[in-house]
Design a protein around this ligand. Sequence first.
Ligand code: VGL
Ligand code: ZN
Length: 203
Amino acid sequence: MEYPDTTALIVIDVQNDFCPSGALAVDDGDGILARINALTDHFAIRVFTQDWHPADHSSFADNHRNGEAYSTIQMPYGAQVLWPRHCVQGTKGAEFHTRLATDPADLIIRKGFRAAIDSYSAFFENDHKTPTGLAGYLRERGVTDLVMVGLATDFCVRFSAVDGAKLGFGVTVLEGACRAIDLDGSLAAARQEMLDYSVILAA
Ligand code: VGL
Ligand code: ZN
């Protein structure tokens, strides 16, 4: 155990649909599996997240008239990118990657399960208000610091890292164990925002 007992590993959305040949494939998304599998041994507390959408989810382009994947629309809670249909509850695409060792997970937290609102962050839905319950779980277990890895650097990892920092956790993102979508400069913006909130970007 290299990391103190008060540091939790947060593994974000390492699911089939975000890996090559998935519905919302992230370049080299499966290239982080070996590193993540090796990391779990070094943490006393490990939480995995799972993007988990109903079929009628409002983030899916095909649920909107003339909805175009990768375009941005206005939702009551703010701007929302429309995505190809992905991580639909109960489908193969929503399952964790077969080579991801999930037995070490203490907690699997699902998000994005309400049709009307997306949830990139492991802590809050995209209204930045509705909690997932993760902060309470971590605090009750005495966690003060978080190490984050997974997919995608510029969406779910970014929102989770920034929210974690806002909530008072010390947050480190291991960029080498993350991969990005990089939509219109979103990776650079994500890195800058994470740095602005004192998230440590490590290799
Ligand atoms: C994600 C887009 C849509 C992610 C999830 O895990 O980064 N990105 N849903
Ligand atoms: Zn999603």
